[in-house]
Design a binder for this molecule. Sequence first.
Ligand code: 5GP
Length: 109
Amino acid sequence: MSTLFTKIINREIAGDIIYEDEHCVAFRDIMPVAPVHILIVPREEIVRVSEAPETGDHIHLLNAARKVGQKLGVSEYRLVINNGEGVGQTVPHLHVHLLAGREFGWPPG
Ligand code: 5GP
């Protein structure tokens, strides 16, 4: 069965897709926590970083993030990956959050 994000990637359910290439797809988060909140997702259904193989679409996530930032005209942003339910992962399909447009505290909550 496909993940929620695969269904968005395949246009089976609606998503505001703003970037895609052969490895990754980026779309706006449905519940944004910053003025810019983009999810960058590898096409391959990898559950999380700690279960990822050595190679695959996920190794292109940082390149995709850079291109998403360029496309949106933001040069400063925070990239977040939640690896596991205990640290906030709710969708079991590896993804990077690109957040921008407000101040961010450190350490993160
Ligand atoms: P996580 O908590 O797994 O790191 O991030 C999952 C993200 O997916 C959350 O920020 C949540 O708002 C977002 N999300 C959940 N369901 C949908 C959906 O149907 N469409 C979109 N675009 N984002 C979603």
